[in-house]
Design a binder for this molecule. Sequence first.
Ligand code: G3I
Length: 392
Amino acid sequence: MTRKILLNRRQILQLGLGGLTGIGTLALGQAKCLSKQLEKLDNPNRKFTVIGQASLKQRAAAKGLFYGAAVRINPLFQDKKFRANFIQECGALVPEWDLKWTSLRPDISSFNFTYADRLAKFTQSNGMLLRGHTLVWHESLPTWFQKEVNSANVAKILQQHIKTVVGRYARQVHSWDVVNEAIDIKSGRADNLRNTPWLQLMGPDYIEFAFRTAAQADPHALLVYNEYGLDYDSRDDEAKRVAVLKLLKDLKWRGTPIHALGIQAHLNGASTLFNSQKFRSFLGNVASLGLKILITELDVLDKNLPEDTTKRDQIVAAVYEDYLSAVLQEKAVIGVLTWGLSDRYTWLAEDNSSGKLLPLPFSLRPLPLDVNGNRKLAWNAIARAFDSAPRR
Ligand code: G3I
């Protein structure tokens, strides 16, 4: 008899099962089928040879692309070696935390830009693009939000937030994730909108409202809709791709100032469900709306892979190269960011409510650099994908 476990989104992402099974539940018995899939992924003869020592940002720039990563304030300013690696490899920076409501908004009438300003200054002094993440999301809302925001004042509060935050960094931010993760194919709604506080308080028009407000605050920034769970040839990901395309078409039809789709790309090393042809046709459909595409939060979870790190690195690198080689063929794709640069600071190893490390069977290796900042096969795979990408 198999026990059913209900997992939330973050647990699914962190367990790496979003690309393996239907989102939401996992019968314990299904876990055993993982090993059959792994046999297909593990090809020890696959080489990831890279020519030269150029960094990821240099290889991306050579093709008219950019590469960067998400970062938190403490590792960047307290870990000297990590900071040097970040400057060497990254041409773009996205704050993992410091531009979110909880970090910026101690209370309904004030803003705290201390950390965001420090990161903005860092990008300026190091010639990096700065990404803004994120203006409207249903997570990381401060505790006062629920108590003090209602349908009468929500528009004013959202407008004030966007105008103040986007206005402060006008002409500095390359692109804003204006709205993040607004689609939920299990919401039961015809428009598949997620039942968030924003939808409850403002109705579906909150999305267009946010984009129009951001465009007024900084007409130079690229305005992005950011989403996860779009990558695999699974029933749920296919349904989400259809729903996201419908949302984008509707926004464009209304003349909304939306310029790009952000694809988070939190991939699962143990999934064999990536279908490059199907995914490229989705990218082509997005591009045909006149939208650019950014890969905004790329990482490859290796939690369900063999403990042996050589095997794990080999499989993770194959996933990176197969995914990016397909994606970078689409010229509407303008940049790639990984969600972290070094395994030492991956969100996948942490319980994000407490910030404490998760009790994992082994330390995870999802990112381009290892815990000591050494380049891994994953780094080679990304480098090779940039080297073989068509020039923009
Ligand atoms: O900085 C505070 C610290 O002062 C406090 O003591 C501690 C304990 O409460 O929390 C610390 O803040 C944590 C923050 O990360 C910085 O480390 C928050 O609790 C924690 O919730 C937050 O988690 C972030 C999570 O989004 C929620 O905002 C993760 O680092 C970040 O990787 C994750 O990123 C999301 C993207 O924004 C959207 N796409 C999915 C992705 C992964 O979930």
